[in-house]
Structures are given as C-alpha cells and as structure tokens.
Design a protein around this ligand. Structure first.
Ligand code: SF4
Ligand code: SF4
Ligand code: SF4
Length: 470
C-alpha cells in the first residue's frame, strides 16, 4: 500500500524521488556484489559466442536458424522494453566490453587518451554508426540473414575490443557505441535513475567513484556517481558502490518524464539522434505495412544490395526531413532555441522523444510477435527434432493494434503533457496561445503519420485507415 502511495506521489511531483537502496537494502547488496554482475556477463559472453557461431556456420535459411529470432525477436526488443523500467541496466551486464577488459587486465592496452577532436564529435560519430546499422539492417534484409547478423555482432564486439586496446577506460561505451546512445535516449524516460547524494559528496575528499583506489579502478566511463546528472551515460553497473566511502550512490524511482522536464531538450545526444531515429521508424513502418517497401525495392533491384541500399535511402531521407521539419517548426513557434550556457537546444525534442521511444518499441515488437509462433519449429528444423514442428500457434491479429495503439497513445499523452508543462510553466507569457495550438497541431500531425503508417500493417480492415481509402 505504502509502495502505491509513493508511486502516486512520484507521479504528481516530478521532483520527488524514492531511493530503492534505502527501501530495499537487499537490492543495494545485490548491486554491491560485483560477482553477480561478473557471472551474468560471462554467461552472456557464452550466449554471444553461440549466436555468432550459429550465424556464421549454421544453416543460412532463416526458417532453419533460431539465432535470428534470439537476436532480433528477443534480445533487442527486450533491451528496448527494459529501458523504460530499469534504465541502462543492460549495459551493466553487456558482454561486448568483456574481451577488452580482459586485454586491459593482461596489460595489453596502450591506454591512450581519446583525442579531443574525437571526443568533440563522438555523438555525431555514434549517430552515423547508428544510422548505418539501421540502413544496412533494413535495406539488405539483415534480419533474414544469420551471417549478416553474426557479422553485425562481431563488428560491435570488435569495435569495443579495439577501443579497449587503444584507449583508456571503456571508451567505446563512453563515446562510440551506437546501441549505448540509443539506450541513453530510452533511459531518459525511465522510472529509474542512478544518482549521487550530493550532501554526502560535499564531504568527500577522495572522489574514489571517479578516480578509483589503489586496489580498484574508477568508473569505466570516467563518470563516477558524483558526475551523474542524467541517464544518458551512466551504465548502471554499480561499480562505484564499492568505491564510495559515504554510501552516496542512490537508485531512485522517479516520474519517468522528470529528466525531460528538467533538461528541456538540452541533451545534444537526443537532439542529434531523435530525428534520425524517428525518420527511420517511418521508413520501417512502410516496410511492415501494406506498402511492403522492401519487397518492392528487391523486385526493382533484383536483389542487388547496393541498389537496395540506394533506393532505401529515399524513404529514410524523406522520413528524416518530415520529422526534422515538424521539430524545427515547433522550435520556431516556441521561440526558444538558444541558451547562453548550453548553446542551441530544441524544446521539441523532449516533446517528441516518448513517441520516438514508443515507435522503436512497436517496430521491434512487430518482429517479435510476427515471428514468435515459428520460433520453436525453427529450432526443431535447425536441430532435426521434427516433433517441435507441431509446437506452433497463431497470434490473433488484434494483438498488434493493441500494443501498437497502447504505446503510441501513451507517448502522445506524455508529449502533450510535456508540451503543456513547457507552455504553462517554462514559457509562461512568452509563447502566445495560438502558437501553442499550432505546435499541438504539428505534434498531432506527427502522431497521425505514425498511426497511419502503423495501422496499415494490421490486417483488421475496420481500423485500417489506409484500406478505408482504397
Ligand atoms: S554502451 Fe554499448 S557496448 Fe557498452 S555496455 Fe552499453 S550496449 Fe554494451
Ligand atoms: S559518490 Fe562517493 S566517492 Fe564519489 S564523490 Fe560522492 S561521496 Fe565521494
Ligand atoms: S557512475 Fe558508477 S554505475 Fe555509472 S557507469 Fe560509472 S561506475 Fe558504473
């Protein structure tokens, strides 16, 4: 009962926090115990190796190789979904940095400092990596190719290991990982945040969370609890818990939109990645609906992947331009797009961010649900267990609009709430009412585009908006 009262208090006040480490000391011990993280990570390394081997050397027919579903249908969508509930906790057990850490422990790393030029442009580099992945993933049919999927995993793993060989700390996670950047964005609307207790940090003289001690190195991404101010960069690995002499780190439950309200679009990662992410989602929905975009592109290109990538760039660019125009239009009407301290920022980014997250989730869950009934039979075909062939089932068509509409409406309400909050509290008297209404219209237009493109993938004519016009 007390728990629900606390949740209610959190929802009514974005400033309120509720420390899980204090409320559940066992939870604190779980985080403090790094052996558990260590075991999880090693277990996930084994899974990663199995997936790569299955992708490279297993059957290449997608109906006979279960690694595709494990990667695209389970692992990635579950990581995206988990962001909302536990933030970037996946990064705390992610297997990609393990090989690099092992090489560092063997003193094989050059431990160089990352050049300033790279640091300055790291967000742009990660965004380009991310766009490349989406572009190749969608236009070459990677989700149907075990070998390509395995190569993607190898490239990310190699990137993390190479950076560990060259640079100090987990520089891949800190600057370049495209998955990490996306997760940071998702985690900014999480219920959970990892933060320091500033009153404890004020008495601190060691800053061990950041610098480390003689026995233990400091934060792997050069943060340390003391410097964590948002959910974008901290891996929530819990490493600094054992370093802090004052029990400062807290794991707070909070209002999921509080970070967006506090930051108001001053997060450069979000400003750069969100329009690309949303643009790519519009293109992806066109593939998952009655347009069957990739089938048409494949027919035109006769399965030539260079041609496919070229043609697929067109809807990607159109999607990006559409989102960018709506965001810029909103920024223009807000009249605030430059801050003396923070530089250029976009108040529209936090408004559309929940929609970007919901779109990503729905697009990934579409793959999960469409392919779930065939997963066990696929394993049966892969390992020659014919009895598994019968373990299939059908997912009723109403499931797709149910979760699709649920997540998109939820994000729409979140966006409207943020819009109203900025209009009433942050820009009180600055933005005229008619401009506020105009921004609302633009936001609804974006919402309409999402719903329209998504709904054409639901084989339910009565709610299929596009079919009504056919
Ligand atoms: S940033 Fe990337 S490589 Fe690093 S822990 Fe997170 S997902 Fe793994
Ligand atoms: S988190 Fe702990 S170690 Fe880091 S500055 Fe605060 S009190 Fe010091
Ligand atoms: S601040 Fe602490 S929890 Fe966050 S990444 Fe650094 S060591 Fe891990």
């Amino acid at each position: 009962m007390q728990f629900f009262k606390n949740i209610n208090r959190l929802l009514s006040d974005p400033e309120k926090r509720f420390d899980l480490f204090v409320a559940f000391p066992r939870f604190y011990k779980l985080f403090l115990n790094q052996r558990l993280h260590f075991l999880w990570q090693r277990f996930l390394v084994v899974i990663l190796l199995v997936l790569i081997v299955a992708g490279l050397f297993g059957p290449q027919d997608p109906a006979r190789n279960g690694m595709l579903y494990l990667c695209w249908g389970l692992w990635w969508p579950m990581v995206i979904l988990s962001l909302f509930f536990v933030g970037r906790m996946w990064c705390g057990v992610c297997p990609f940095p393990v090989a690099g850490r092992f090489l560092k422990a063997c003193r094989l790393s050059l431990e160089k400092t990352v050049p300033k030029l790279i640091i300055k442009n790291s967000t742009g580099i990660a965004v380009i990596f991310f766009m490349l992945i989406i572009w190749v993933e969608e236009s070459t049919g990677m989700k149907d190719s075990p070998k390509e999927t395995a190569w993607l995993l190898i490239v990310i793993w190699a990137g993390a290991t190479f950076c560990a060989l060259l640079f100090a700390n987990q520089s891949w996670c800190q600057y370049f990982c495209p998955l990490g950047k996306l997760m940071g964005i998702g985690a900014s609307i999480s219920w959970i945040e990892f933060r320091p207790d500033h009153s404890s940090c004020r008495q601190c003289t060691t800053y061990a969370c950041y610098k480390g001690t003689e026995q233990l190195s400091g934060c792997p991404v050069s943060l340390g609890a003391v410097k964590v101010t948002n959910n974008l960069k901290c891996l929530v690995c819990g490493h600094c818990l054992q370093l802090c002499p004052h029990n400062s780190p807290q794991l707070n439950v909070r209002h999921p939109l509080s970070e967006l309200i506090i930051r108001k679009g001053k997060l450069i990662t979000c400003t750069m990645l969100v329009p690309f992410l949303m643009g790519s989602q519009l293109a992806r929905f066109m593939d998952q609906n009655i347009f069957n975009l990739m089938d048409r592109i494949e027919l035109v290109c006769l399965y030539d992947w260079v041609c496919q990538m070229g043609l697929y760039a067109v809807p990607l660019v159109i999607g990006f331009i559409l989102v960018h125009v709506i965001i810029s239009y909103g920024d223009l009407f807000f009249g605030i797009y430059h801050d003396e301290l923070m530089g250029r920022f976009s108040p529209m980014i936090p408004v559309v961010l929940p929609l970007a997250f919901a779109g990503e989730l729905v697009s990934r869950l579409n793959y999960t649900f469409r392919n779930l009934p065939d997963f066990i039979p696929t394993l049966g075909r892969q390992f020659g267990w014919e009895t598994l062939e019968r373990l299939t089932f059908t997912i009723p068509e109403w499931v797709y609009p149910t979760y699709g509409v649920f997540f998109i409406f939820l994000s729409e309400i979140a966006g409207l709430y943020l819009l109203q909050k900025f209009f009433v509290e942050e820009c009180e008297g600055i933005v005229p009412l008619w401009k506020y209404r105009a921004i609302q219209v633009a936001f609804f237009a974006l919402f309409g585009v999402y719903l329209c493109l998504m709904s054409t993938g639901w084989h339910i004519p009565s709610i299929n908006i596009m079919l009504l016009f056919q």
